[in-house]
Design a protein around this ligand. Sequence first.
Ligand SMILES: *[C@@H]1O[C@H](CO)[C@@H](O)[C@H](O)[C@H]1NC(C)=O
Ligand SMILES: *[C@@H]1O[C@H](CO)[C@@H](O)[C@H](O)[C@H]1NC(C)=O
Ligand SMILES: *[C@@H]1O[C@H](CO)[C@@H](O)[C@H](O)[C@H]1NC(C)=O
Ligand SMILES: *[C@@H]1O[C@H](CO)[C@@H](O)[C@H](O)[C@H]1NC(C)=O
Ligand SMILES: *[C@@H]1O[C@H](CO)[C@@H](O)[C@H](O)[C@H]1NC(C)=O
Ligand SMILES: *[C@@H]1O[C@H](CO)[C@@H](O)[C@H](O)[C@H]1NC(C)=O
Length: 533
Amino acid sequence: MYWPSAIPIAVLGGAAAVAAECTADAFAEILKDHPEATVNLVEAVPENGSFGQPETNIPFPYNATNLKALCAVAINVKSSENSSYNFGLFLPDTTWNERFMTTGNGGFGGGINWPDMGMLSQYGFATVSTDTGHSSGIEDGSWGLNPESLIDWGHRAMHGSIILAKEIISSYYACPIKYSYYAGCSTGGRQGLKEIQLYPDSFDGISVGAPAWWTVNLAANTLQQGLYNLPVSDPKHIDVSVFPAIVAEIEKQCDPQDGLVDGIISDPYGCNFDFEALLCTPTSDPATCLTPAQLTTISKFYNPWIDTNQTYLFPGMALGTDPSFAMGPHLTPLGYGLFQYFIYNNSEWDYTKFTLNDVTFANTINPGDAAADNFDLSPFRERGGKILKYHGDADSLIPTGSSIYFYKQVLQTLVPKGVEVDDFYRFFLIPGMNHCSGSNLAPWYIGAASQSVQGTTHSIPGFENADHDIILAMMKWVEEGDAPERLIATKFTNDTATLGIQSQRPLCPYPKQAKYITGETNKAGSWECKSLY
Ligand SMILES: *[C@@H]1O[C@H](CO)[C@@H](O)[C@H](O)[C@H]1NC(C)=O
Ligand SMILES: *[C@@H]1O[C@H](CO)[C@@H](O)[C@H](O)[C@H]1NC(C)=O
Ligand SMILES: *[C@@H]1O[C@H](CO)[C@@H](O)[C@H](O)[C@H]1NC(C)=O
Ligand SMILES: *[C@@H]1O[C@H](CO)[C@@H](O)[C@H](O)[C@H]1NC(C)=O
Ligand SMILES: *[C@@H]1O[C@H](CO)[C@@H](O)[C@H](O)[C@H]1NC(C)=O
Ligand SMILES: *[C@@H]1O[C@H](CO)[C@@H](O)[C@H](O)[C@H]1NC(C)=O
């Protein structure tokens, strides 16, 4: 039903019969030339069944549900003397589409992403995910004290899992894989970009959201933003109770430019915001205005971080993004934890003494070689690879601007070589969306990795097509050469697919933006993608 019509019906599920049994012996036989790999678990899951490791999987403590009949497999791979990683596979019984799909992780988390594998297996993909070599929650980096675990997290577990998974899949079905894909957000976005930078042949297409690609500077920026607003006793400190008033003033100034005042800012970085409007005057309510010292704090949050020698360290947050996550009273370990566990190997390292020298030192280490900062993506392009990237315009964890910066760096690298970047890499900002998913008002759902609540929804019911679903858009681009000119984002009523659709709106390839033209504001057809610059 959601299949692009030009793909012959014969490749729909069932074309390839399963050649091996869903048993531990069968997978041990497939892996017999890989002494480093151990089959840990094999389970035949019936139609509408569920599967996961809810008791032990810290970042994903729930099952993938409502599955197609499939074979669930978990493999452990020794990666050094004192490290190993696990990966999981979902292998559909009769609905395999002869395609391979890898998904990713979040933050510092260690756990197989069974829920997104479940969501992606609904399309018919044989799916894989790795735990990245450790078991931990998304903000817990303490495993980084083992340098081998850092390498696993940086890229080794992902690549090793892909290589073995491809071998397992083609043996299990006795049929070659037609196309290989990737879908991931946040750390998952980084993992996808890192994989194609190191191994351009791994995938034919990747969909990556809000990539945490600039590993050290991102953590440094997260820490620095928290420190801007500390200590609480300092006159520069802004209490979280004032943040809504700040966001409201930004909306007042920056929302109308897209043609509709609706609480959704379409171009936060294009807004020439007058910060001084936030200053307290004799008549203003002290609970909703700022002193000059506080104004400096908030303007640092929304402006790029540039050091005294004019080195560009990180983009600022998109205007209107809620500061409570980054500048609340409790700093997230996603910032200082990287320095404690990946750089100084000291859980007592005092982050209040953080300086730029720490950033410089951390960059000389580049822990786990995790940074996905090779902007020359031409090897991936030359083998026909396609990139669909997206980032929420109100991302409170990873500044939206870091994706814009990456895109511009790729342009700067490839345009002088005569490469038409649009031919293989398209980038969509999602106005109003927070980190990877979610918005109170804006349409944000595109069927991407980590957007479905615990993997329970897939695609867009009633709109299961390449105009609305980023996975189908990626397949259409790769398999039919038909690049997306726009994507239509959906907001379900109460963000619940079964309650129906509240609104839809086009997302435009950067730097184009959606402008309201005429008609019902919650219909995609009332909007057009326009070039502003
Ligand atoms: C699985 O669920 C679907 C939808 O609810 C239903 O039509 C189908 O009969 C179920 N299959 C089995 C084997 O229970
Ligand atoms: C999750 O899946 C496992 C493996 O199939 C099963 O044993 C367990 O009962 C499921 N748990 C829940 C809460 O559904
Ligand atoms: C693991 O082995 C590496 C060398 O292979 C060593 O540097 C590291 O200290 C060891 N880590 C632990 C936790 O044993
Ligand atoms: C901490 O360990 C890493 C290896 O993970 C090493 O590169 C780094 O130099 C160590 N840091 C210090 C301050 O010794
Ligand atoms: C700025 O440059 C000076 C002179 O080269 C150098 O001593 C200093 O460490 C630099 N500062 C930073 C933050 O890199
Ligand atoms: C949506 O959520 C709100 C608040 O929880 C609730 O009042 C409302 O009834 C829900 N709407 C539907 C259609 O379920």
